[in-house]
Design a protein around this ligand. Sequence first.
Ligand SMILES: [Zn+2]
Length: 374
Amino acid sequence: MKFVVQVRLFPTPAQEAALADTLRLCNEAANLVSGVAWETKTFRNYDLRVHSYGELKAMGLSAQPAQHVIKKVTDAYATVKAQVRARLRKPLAKPIAFRPDAAQPFDDRCLSWQVEARTVSIWTTGGRMKGLRFACSDGQARALAAYRKGESDLIHRDGMWLLIATCDVPDVDVTEPDAFLGVDLGIANIATTGDGERHSGKHLNAVRHRNRELRRRLQSKQTKSAKRLLKARRRKESRFARDVNHRISKSIVAEAARTGRGIALEDLQGIRERVRLRKPQRVTLHSWSFHQLGGFIAYKAARRGVAVVHVDPAYTSQACSSCGHVDKKNRPYQARFACTSCGFAEHADVNAARNIASRGVADWAVSHAADDAA
Ligand SMILES: [Zn+2]
C-alpha cells in the first residue's frame, strides 16, 4: 500500500538560492524537452533521450537529473493522453509548459535522507548540498525510515520548500470480518456510518461556497493579483478538504478495526451520474474529494488488515434497512427516512449506510464462496 509523506524544508538563504536555481533549470530543461517532444512527435522516454540528451548536458544537467527531466515530460504527456481518452480534457493545442517552480522528482542517487538527524542531502546545480534541514512529526519520521521508496518530489509552493516522499507499506493480512460497517457518502454529511456517526460537511461546504462567490466576483477582473488570490484560496480549500478526509477516514477505520468489522463503501463509479441529478448542489460536490476519501480509507484499512468492499449503491437511499421495502415515498424529506411499509424511521444517511453494510456482507460472502471453490 502506497502513501505519501510531505515534509517542509528549512534551507539557509544560500541553500534556498541553490534550490531555486535547480528547480528553475530543471523546468527550463523540461520545457525544452517538451518542445522537442511536440515538434518531433516523440513521446517515448528512450526516443526523447536520443533527441535531447546533448542539449540537457550543455545546460548543466548531469545524467541522473537529465533522465528525470525527460521522464517528467513523458509522464506529463502520458497523463494528458489518458485524460483525453477518458474525455476529461481536450487534446493539447501546444506543447505542455512547466512552471519555473513545477515539482521535480529526485531518486536515491540525487537525494538521500538522514531521517534521524532530520536532514537531506540533495543534488543541486551548485553541486551536492548536504545538511538541508527538514521538519516532520514522529509518525512521519517512522514511516520515512521504514517504508520510503523510490523518488521524492521537490516542490516550491506558497513560499515553502517541500519534499514529497512515497512510502510503500506491505499489506497486513486481512482479518475475516464478523460484520460490516457501512459508510454513506454525501454532501450535507460527507460520510455517515451505519452506527449513526455523521461527519458533517457544513464547514467544508461553507468554505467552498465562500470561494465560489469570491471566484465569481474576481473572474471579471483578470488582474494578476486577483488570479494569485484565487489560486491561493483554491490551494487552501483543497488542503482543508484533505485534512477533513484524513480525519474522517481515520475515525472510520479505527471504529471498524476496534469492532472487528470490515468497511462497506459505495462503488464510486456511478457517483458522477448520481450527482448530476441534483443540480443545485452539483457544484458543491467534487467527486475527486470522494475518491480521495475512498483512497484514504483503503490505505488506512490495508495497514490494519481491515477488509474493504465496494458495493452497488443503487436504491440504498430509498430502501428500508429494516424490512427491505423500496419506495421513493420512504423519504418524506431529504434528511429523513420513514418506511411506508413497516414504519421504521431513521436519519436517511444512517439508513443508507446500513443498506450498504448489508450489501457488503452479501458481496463478501459471495466473493469468498468463490475463493473457497477455487
Ligand atoms: Zn421497512
